[in-house]
Design a protein around this ligand. Sequence first.
Ligand SMILES: [Zn+2]
Length: 171
Amino acid sequence: MKFFISIRMLIFAFKNFEITMETTLNEAKKQYASDMHTCEHILNQTMVRMFDCGRSVNAHIERKKSKCDYLLNEVPTEAQISVIISRVNEVIDSNLPVFEVLMSREEAAKIADLSKLPAEATDTLRVIRVGEYDACACIGQHVDSTSELGRFEIISHDFENGRWRVRFRLV
Ligand SMILES: [Zn+2]
């Protein structure tokens, strides 16, 4: 009898765990802003091309507004910020397909910056392409086409000790 109860309790505990996990995953999916995250890819590539800097060193992506930090030698001028906004929107307006390509680490290194890849990453990498514009090893969720993104706007930005923080949204 004792054994029977403990098995039942175990099954109950497991089912409960499963339900909790499922809820957590679903909630994470709901809150995950794949449009904002895809926009982050585009913004990163735009920054790399314009300032020859790395991709963002720190990012906080949320549905309503997001922020990314870049290491720059000096604060971007208002004219440069206007160019960032128009370039990101040009890419969005090009209706580029966003898709994954599985490739070896060696192949991926030819088209993407793998410097931030965690040491435990597998030898086969999932590289996310935004058309021909960007390639980045990433395990996140993305939209299928840049046409799903709204218009990119910079809300505010500040510069401190070589770190440029930009807050943006899609409207
Ligand atoms: Zn991604």
